[in-house]
Design a protein around this ligand. Structure first.
Ligand code: 3PG
Length: 392
């Protein structure tokens, strides 16, 4: 497919950790290869990306992303604070070969996440932008588990995978068929991804998973499903993240596969501005769980050391705060030292590697996808990949 002078829509994933500003991270470096190749080929490059989820504090426009990305590709990335309106269309029409334009957060468009419309190519973004484009490239493995308009809606155009996407698929494919026991470490705050995928793997291929070591919000949901008291603030976080429905799914998983789901035995909370550790049966009523405790760390490390294949999605606690980074640091270090095939993924996970100064080279593969990584490994469909493969 030649892209000379063509307008090429590229779905990238620049979704980043926000800590008073957008933090630079591997997703920018990851997007670089395809964009530079398209610049060399004289294409007019239009980038589509998202940041955060509606209602969260990191649900932001992409102006900071354009600045960071400019440093990687060595030329100015034009930014317009618009996705489907007149400003965006004008900016696309004004592009010259070799220019790169980043449109605003695609999740600002109200039907971006309407899966039915997206799969039928009837979303507003597709109606507005497809007539202006010649080619669609999906270079966002890490969001390809979502049937969202900017991921699947443009597949009626001539389309293909980007270089990062190709590389991710090739690396992640290697995990299939690797020797057991397979151990999953499931942490972070996107528990809907973790629980949904656990349910799918356990239903379709239960022998492929020896243990799921739970931490972060995922552990809290499993503990709640077991009827344990996790502290008022931990409960509030589950509500704020609209994850209450996950408790029922977790309960069903525990009914059938409780021996595979490993829950923390102790946790760290804050008391008088300090880290203290308490057994899970003694979590104070108003507490918030911020990390796993020492007993749990020791137990999890023993399981990790015996594993042959390890998949890590999400940090064990609030790693950004030094007092609560211990669980994440110790587990990740243990995976890094193990001889197992290790695959570690997700935006927050890779950010934690940077913050805790753990070398990426110690893992067999570091994926930019978290939810996407475990979805792919579970064998569940990846809409962003499927729509393109179907056309081939
Ligand atoms: C990620 O960070 O895992 C991807 O960007 C997908 O984001 P989402 O979980 O909000 O869809």
């Amino acid at each position: 497919m030649t892209s000379e002078k063509k307008t090429v829509l590229v779905r990238v994933d620049l979704n980043s950790t926000y800590d008073r500003k957008i933090l630079d991270n591997e997703r920018f470096a990851g997007a670089e290869t395809t964009i530079k190749e398209l610049i060399r080929k004289n294409a007019k490059v239009v980038l589509l990306a998202h940041q955060g989820r509606a209602g969260e504090k990191d649900f932001l426009p992409l102006n900071q992303h354009a600045k960071i990305l400019s440093r990687y590709i060595g030329k100015k990335v034009i930014f317009v604070p618009d996705v489907i309106g007149a400003k965006a269309k004008k900016a696309i029409k004004n592009l010259r070969p070799g220019d790169v334009l980043l449109l605003n957060n695609v999740r600002f468009v109200k039907d971006e996440e309407d899966e039915k419309k997206a799969l039928a190519s009837k979303s507003s973004i597709v109606k507005a932008l497809a007539p202006l484009a010649d080619i669609f490239v999906n270079d966002a493995f890490s969001v390809s588990h979502r049937a969202q308009a900017s991921v699947v809606g443009f597949a009626r155009l001539p389309c293909c995978f980007g270089r990062l996407m190709q590389e991710e698929i090739e690396s992640v494919k290697k995990v299939f068929g690797l020797p057991g026991p397979h151990v999953f470490i499931l942490g972070g705050a996107k528990s809907d991804d973790c629980i949904g995928i656990l349910e799918h793997i356990l239903k379709t291929n239960p022998q492929s998973i020896a243990h799921a070591l739970t931490c972060g919000v995922t552990a809290n949901i499993f503990m709640k499903a077991k009827g344990m008291k996790i502290g008022k603030k931990s409960e509030e976080l589950i509500k704020k993240k609209k994850l209450e429905d996950q408790i029922g799914y977790a309960r069903n998983i525990l009914k059938k596969y409780s021996s595979k789901i490993i829950l923390p035995e102790d946790v760290a909370i804050e008391s008088k501005k300090k880290r203290i550790e308490v057994p899970i049966k003694k979590i104070p009523a108003d507490a918030q769980i911020l990390d796993i405790g020492n007993v749990t760390i020791k137990k999890y490390k023993k399981i990790i050391t015996a594993a042959k294949t390890i998949v890590v999605k999400g940090p064990a606690g609030l790693y950004e705060d030094k007092r609560f980074s211990k669980g994440t640091k110790e587990l990740f270090d243990c995976v890094a030292k193990s001889r197992a095939f290790s695959i570690i993924g997700g935006g927050d996970t890779t950010q934690a590697l940077n913050k805790l100064k753990i070398s990426r080279k110690k893992f067999s593969h570091v994926s930019l996808g978290g939810g996407a990584l475990i979805t792919y490994l579970s064998g569940k469909s990846m809409p962003g990949i499927d729509v393109i493969l179907k056309k081939r």
